[in-house]
Design a protein around this ligand. Structure first.
Ligand SMILES: [Zn+2]
Length: 158
């Protein structure tokens, strides 16, 4: 299941990536281009722009009626039944690339002294090379993922 988020949904795109969903996002992109990418790559378009939504076939797009970030995220999760499809922290938040485990020795030169000292598990983005480790930021994201799923999975209607 692949998505493309419109340029108003940067935070949504970031969090879908955190949950492990293949999600494209561009800070600035023409409607024609976003539609073309969605169709060519068979991505569901997520949008809060009614005009853009109306230009897509309705089953290929979701118009987000809510305004707040968490409400929108819930809307997407319920609509596409994503709760059982997550692969948390398997994608790069910056570029949507897939992450792969990497040996500490391979990247030890790139690490700051504290990271080198306290962390042993690392992943690297196959696309942009960003290195991730399981520090506080990682743990906070994982906590958000777990809580979001636990709190919202049972709600059948939204
Ligand atoms: Zn990346």
């Amino acid at each position: 299941m692949k998505f493309i988020a419109d340029c108003h949904l940067g935070k949504i795109a970031k969090y879908l990536r955190i949950f492990g969903f293949n999600t494209l996002y561009f800070q600035s992109i023409d409607d024609d281009d976003i539609i073309e990418i969605a169709q060519k790559e068979e991505r569901f378009l997520l949008t809060s722009d009614k005009i853009l939504f109306q230009r897509m076939k309705h089953h290929d797009a979701l118009y987000l009626v809510h305004a707040g970030f968490e409400e929108q995220l819930k809307e997407i999760f319920h609509h596409y039944k994503l709760f059982d499809k997550t692969r948390p922290l398997s994608r790069c938040i910056k570029c949507n690339g897939e992450l792969e485990k990497i040996e500490k020795l391979e990247i030890i030169e790139e690490l700051k002294a504290k990271t080198r000292k306290y962390f042993d598990t690392f992943e690297k983005c196959k696309e942009c090379g960003t290195v991730y480790w399981h520090g506080d930021h990682y743990k906070n994201m994982l906590k958000f993922v777990d809580e979001f799923i636990a709190q919202n999975k049972k709600e059948t209607k939204f």
